[in-house]
Design a protein around this ligand. Sequence first.
Ligand code: SAH
Ligand code: SF4
Length: 346
Amino acid sequence: MEFPVDTEMDVTRLLSLRGKEAAALREAAHQTKIRHLGDKVYLRGLIEFSNICTKNCHYCGIRRDSAVPRYSMRPDEVLQAADFAYKQGFGSIVLQSGERRSEAFTSLIEQLVKEIMHRSHGELGITLSLGEQSMETYARWKAAGALRYLLRIETSSPVLYARLHPADHRFEERADCLRRLRETGYLVGSGIMTGLPFQSTGQVARDLLFLRDMHVDMVGMGPYLEHEQTPLWAFRHQIPSREERYETGLNALAVLRLLMPHINMAATTAMGTLHPDGRKEALYTAANVIMPNITPVVHRKDYSLYDNKICISEPLQDTLENITRTIEAAGCTVALGEQGNPRGTR
Ligand code: SAH
Ligand code: SF4
């Protein structure tokens, strides 16, 4: 069976496939992944080091107006988590948090990145996911040793973006940040949410083509999940069923793999939350990266981007065993001691 991905119409059609046709699409993506990247899966230890956020995205459970208890890990706790990742043989870590723009925050991250580089003899690839920042801030973190940056565009439609965010959050600023990151020399990761209210299948198709045209190096893309204490909760009846979101989510990964055979793609926690086999199927179909959550267990429940997030109370060892089992069940192999940098699309 042929699966053309040249036009928006082609992609929209593929996203809507179900049953046997969807299985064939996912198998074609799987073959493409194996041909170009093999069966290795890279581990990125995810450290969600603070849920303090100055922004107010309508979908997110740790938005500024949310009543969640706030935390920030101490620098020594972050370093301990990074040491753990290094000792386990993970190729890299991801430092993620709510967005803060201040000199104190910039210099804290700068120091942490330098120290982690030092302690891991420069072997640990450091990925940052700290939201929108100035060119100068991005450059300082890069100079300190960061290698990659994750900033999802969330949607490529400025109109939909405006419905999902307060008036002072701007699509153009988000897109500019992706350009700044590229110019500063990062490997750039972006992505979208699928199954959002007010989002058509055609829009998801345009998003995937947008990611291709942006030549991103990595993609983290997952289903939108509701959070009861967010403004978007009011529109929970206007989203596809969990099953539909799951099917479209997997098809989106498959199509993106056909569009961008070489990039790194993550099997996201949101896919695993939506369906017990979500991450396994994502890995089989298209993904070659997974991010074990290595945030200390005491903080995990407060990094509540959405309701019922998985792995919030299990001990670290269980998380790792689960991840290894998931990777093996998908017929893939765990890549240890390798950063797993994408070959790039530029
Ligand atoms: N503050 C940073 C990083 C943390 S949020 C930033 O916004 O870039 C990381 C990602 O979580 C966001 O990009 C968004 O795509 C995702 N996210 C937030 N709320 C979500 C929800 N309710 N369902 C699914 N994903 C969500
Ligand atoms: Fe803050 Fe990121 Fe959540 Fe937006 S998505 S509210 S920037 S943590």
